[in-house]
Design a protein around this ligand. Structure first.
Ligand code: ZN
Length: 311
């Protein structure tokens, strides 16, 4: 069995302007590290397909989809870049990139459910976990993980899936979409208070939010994950696990103040795999979210992939 790796050149062309931390070079840094470390040779590479717009409606409203489609298509047709919030800008390539990013998550779900890969990682941008049912925000347009999780349930017929979000920011968009959907258990850690300043009070009983104060070290986070996430995941017995894999809790990342290292990302990946092996036939689809220090991002994705691929 292999680990599928999905990406697409379109995801590199989405650009929010000079100096923006969510930059195309993030994908270059990951690619360079895959080559330098040799991990790339062990992965089964796929070009990400564009998502079927009907599948976006599994997580987003028709009103939002119509409005954002019009805006992104206007940019793609040669219009000026357009800001959708103070941090989030669409350029001529954002439409294609956003379709590939969500499409990768859906395609990865099919690859894993069809037994063509044991697990999968989507090296895509724009990221997704801040995109709510009705709104793009925080560098995100479509909620890639929420779309794929709903696809696994509504189209592929699974009964229970888990979403694990270890990005340093609260996945408010994913929470907005899946809160109250008892077929999904979402477990997350995030620095609090920090953008988007939500998550301290969960929106639904299917959310297990673990807010962390700034400067929490990796060892303390591991203890909390062991004590809080693991019993909940064991009880829930997910048939598949989706991961919002943000690497901005790394100690070298300037967007937050947590103290994760590569060893912590390896540990967390192995713990997720352990649950997946017991309950979900090993099925994991992991999607890139944040991670803005290029070196730390590349090394952390490297250990995440090394663990997923068992090499
Ligand atoms: Zn983040």
């Amino acid at each position: 069995m292999t680990t599928a790796y999905l990406s697409h050149p379109d995801c590199r062309r989405h650009d929010m302007g000079a100096g923006h931390p969510e930059c195309p070079q993030r994908l270059d840094a990951i690619e360079d590290w895959l080559i330098a470390s040799g991990i790339g040779q062990t992965l089964d590479r796929h070009d990400a397909a564009a998502v079927d717009p009907a599948h976006l409606l599994l997580a987003h409203s028709q009103g939002y989809l119509s409005q954002i489609t019009e805006l992104l298509q206007a940019c793609a047709a040669g219009g000026e870049p357009r800001a959708v919030d103070p941090d989030t800008v669409a350029n001529a390539h954002t439409w294609a990139a956003a379709l590939r990013a969500a499409g990768a998550a859906v395609q990865a779900t099919d690859l894993v459910l069809d037994g063509q890969a044991e697990n999968a990682f989507c090296a895509v941008r724009p990221p997704g976990h801040h995109a709510t049912r009705d709104q793009s925000m925080g560098f995100c347009f479509f909620n890639n993980v929420a779309v794929a999780a709903r696809y696994a349930l509504d189209v592929r017929g699974l009964k229970r899936v888990a979403i694990v979000d270890f990005d340093v920011h609260h996945g408010n968009g994913t929470e907005d979409i899946i809160a109250g959907d008892e077929r999904v258990l979402m477990v997350s850690i995030f620095q609090h208070p920090l953008y988007p300043y939500s998550g301290a009070v969960p929106k639904g009983e299917n959310m297990l939010n673990v807010p962390l104060p700034a400067y929490t070290k990796g060892g303390e986070v591991r203890e909390m994950i062991e004590a809080m996430w693991m019993p909940a995941l064991e009880r829930f017995r997910p048939e598949m696990i989706f991961v919002s894999a943000g690497f901005d809790a790394h100690r070298e990342d300037d967007l937050a103040q947590l103290g994760f290292t590569e060893a912590d990302y390896e540990w967390i990946t192995l713990r997720i795999m352990d649950v997946a092996r017991r309950h979900a036939k090993g099925r994991i689809v992991s999607c890139l979210e944040g991670g803005y220090h290029l070196g730390a991002l590349a090394r952390s994705v490297g250990v995440h992939l090394r663990a997923l691929a068992g090499v």
